[in-house]
Design a protein around this ligand. Structure first.
Ligand code: ADP
Ligand code: MG
Length: 460
C-alpha cells in the first residue's frame, strides 16, 4: 500500500486476469513503473507487479460480482437526499436547460457527498468552470476527513475548445479510474458534465465517417453507448480473496437544447438511470434553487434506502418524506383552482395545506449552494426540519378546529424560527425540539391555557 496523500491510501492491486502468490516484495522508494512485488501464478510463471495498471478504457474492469446497493449516498442537498435519493453504486442524471444549475448541483455532490473518491469529468463545457474547481477545491475542507477537498478528487478536464474526440476519451478515462479506485474497496462518485457534449461528439464523428444517422442525426448506437457507460456503475465485490466491496455511483448531466426532454440524449439516458433530477428553468428564474422540479423528478431507490433511513436517521423519515411529497402534489392541484377562482374558493384546511407546501418549498427545498450555513444538511437535520414543518401543519389544523383564525395561525412567531431552521448546524439538533415546543405553545397552548391571541375574535 502507498499513502497517496493524507486521505487516500493507494492500494496496490494484482491486475485483473492475474492470480497467484506474492513471492517477493521490494521495499523502498519506487516510481510507478518499478516492480514492487513479484507474483507466481499457478503455472509457476513469475510476474512483476507495479504501482500502476494499464487498462483499455472502453472495457469495463472486471469484478467478482455485483452486490445490492442499499446505502444512500448522502449529498447534503435536501431535495436530493430526502426526496430523490441515490445509493452508493447508483445511477442518476440531471437534465436541464442552460443555466438551470446542473454544474452547481454536481459541484455540490463533489464537495459534500460521503464518498471516498470523487472523479469529476468536465466534458466539453466552459473551461472557466474547471478552473473554478481547481482554484476552489484545494481551499475547501472535506467534511469527512477535514483535509483539503482536492485530496480525494480526480479531475478529468476536457473543455469546449478541445477537439471533440477528446470528449469520448475523457468519459471512458474517468469511468475507468473510478473503477480502479472501486477495486481498491472505495466508494467512488463519478460525475460527467455534460454527457450531451459527449453525445454531440459522437454525432460529429459518426457524421464524418458517413455512418447512417439515427434520431436527430445522432448515431444509431447512441443508446447502447450511453447504456454501457452507465452500466459500469454499481456496487461490487472486487476480485481477490479478501472480499473488498467498492462502488461507483454515476451522475451525468444532460443539457438538451432548449431544455427539451424528449430529445434523444435525455430519452436514451432515462432508459438506463434510476434517478432523475429534472431541473426546470422556471424555478431557476424564480431563484428557487436547486431548481429540481419535485413533480417530475423521481428516484427508484426510495424503497432501497428506507431500511437504512429507519435505522440511522429516524423511523419517521420515510413517512415524513412521503407526506411532504403528497402535500406538494396536492398544492399543484389546488394552485390550479386558485388560479381559476381565487384563494377564497379554498377551505381553511386547504389554506393550511397551501401554507405548508409553501413552507416545504421555501424552508426545506430551497437551499443556497453559496451559503456556508446552508450548503450541507445531514440526514438527521433534514428529518428534523421536515418534522417541525409537518408538526406546524398538525398543530395549525388542531388550532383551526378549536376556532383559531387562519390569520392568527399564520402569524405565529414560531414560523420565523422554522424559516431559519435550515441554517442551524448539525450540533444544534436540540433546537428542533425547542421549535417543536414553541409550535405547541403558540398554536394550542398548554394543558388549561390557550394562547389568547390565537382565538380572540377568531373568524373562520
Ligand atoms: N443551489 C444553488 N444555489 C444558489 N444558486 C444556484 C444554485 N444552483 C444554481 N444556481 C445559480 O444558477 C447559475 C447557473 O448554474 P449552473 O450550474 O452553471 O447551470 P448549468 O450548468 O445548468 O448551465 C449559477 O451560477 C448560480 O448563480
Ligand atoms: Mg454547466
Amino acid at each position: 500500500m502507498v499513502q497517496e496523500n493524507v486521505v487516500v491510501e493507494h492500494r496496490i492491486m494484482v491486475p485483473p486476469h492475474l492470480a497467484g502468490e506474492v513471492v517477493e516484495v521490494f521495499a523502498g522508494e519506487h516510481t510507478v513503473t518499478d516492480a514492487v512485488a513479484r507474483l507466481r501464478d499457478a503455472s509457476g510463471a513469475l510476474h512483476d507487479l507495479t504501482m500502476m495498471q494499464v487498462w483499455p478504457v472502453r472495457v469495463p474492469r472486471p469484478y467478482h460480482e455485483k452486490v445490492s446497493a442499499t446505502e444512500p449516498l448522502v449529498t447534503g442537498t435536501r431535495v436530493i437526499d430526502t426526496f430523490f435519493p441515490v445509493v452508493k453504486g447508483g445511477v442518476a442524471c440531471i437534465p436541464g436547460p442552460f443555466g438551470a444549475g446542473k454544474t452547481v448541483t454536481q459541484h455540490q455532490i463533489a464537495k459534500w457527498s460521503n464518498a471516498e473518491i470523487v472523479v469529476f469529468i468536465g466534458c466539453g463545457e466552459r473551461g472557466n468552470e474547471m478552473t473554478d474547481v481547481l482554484m476552489e477545491f484545494p481551499e475547501l475542507t472535506d467534511p469527512y476527513s477535514g483535509q483539503p477537498l482536492m485530496k480525494r478528487t480526480v479531475l478529468v478536464a476536457n473543455t469546449s475548445n478541445m477537439p471533440v474526440a477528446a470528449r469520448e476519451a475523457s468519459v471512458y478515462t474517468g469511468i475507468t479510474m473510478a473503477e480502479y479506485f472501486r477495486d481498491m474497496g472505495y466508494n467512488v462518485v463519478l460525475q460527467a458534465d455534460s454527457t450531451s457534449r459527449w453525445a454531440e461528439a459522437m454525432r460529429e464523428i459518426s457524421g464524418r465517417l458517413e455512418e447512417m444517422p439515427g434520431d436527430e442525426g445522432f448515431p444509431a448506437y447512441l443508446g447502447t453507448r450511453l447504456a454501457s457507460f452507465y452500466e459500469r456503475a454499481g456496487k461490487v465485490r472486487a476480485l481477490g480473496s479478501d472480499g473488498r466491496e467498492g462502488s461507483v455511483t454515476v451522475v451525468g448531466s444532460v443539457s438538451p437544447p432548449g431544455g427539451d426532454l424528449s430529445e434523444p440524449v435525455v430519452q436514451n439516458t432515462l432508459r438506463v438511470v434510476k434517478v432523475f433530477w429534472a431541473l426546470q428553468d422556471q424555478l431557476a428564474f424564480q431563484r428557487h434553487f436547486p431548481a429540481i422540479d419535485w413533480l417530475t423528478s423521481y428516484s427508484l431507490y426510495l424503497d432501497k434506502v428506507t431500511p437504512h433511513w429507519s435505522e440511522q436517521v429516524s423511523p419517521e423519515f420515510r413517512s415524513r418524506r412521503d407526506e411532504a411529497m403528497a402535500i406538494l402534489q396536492r398544492e399543484a392541484e389546488l394552485a390550479e383552482i386558485v388560479r381559476l377562482v381565487g384563494v377564497e374558493a379554498l377551505s381553511p384546511e386547504e389554506r393550511v395545506l397551501m401554507e405548508t407546501a409553501k413552507s416545504i418549498r421555501e424552508d426545506f427545498l430551497q437551499q443556497n449552494a453559496f451559503r456556508d450555513d446552508d450548503q450541507f444538511s445531514s440526514l438527521k437535520e433534514q428529518d428534523a426540519l421536515l418534522g417541525v414543518i409537518l408538526l406546524f401543519r398538525d398543530k395549525a389544523l388542531e388550532a383551526l378546529s378549536r376556532g383559531a383564525s387562519l390569520d392568527a395561525i399564520f402569524a405565529a412567531p414560531v414560523r420565523e424560527r422554522i424559516a431559519r431552521a435550515k441554517y442551524l448546524s448539525a450540533e444544534d439538533l436540540a433546537e428542533f425540539d425547542a421549535i417543536a415546543s414553541d409550535i405547541e405553545t403558540q398554536l394550542v397552548g398548554g394543558e388549561d391555557e390557550e394562547p389568547a391571541a390565537m382565538y380572540a375574535g377568531g373568524e373562520r
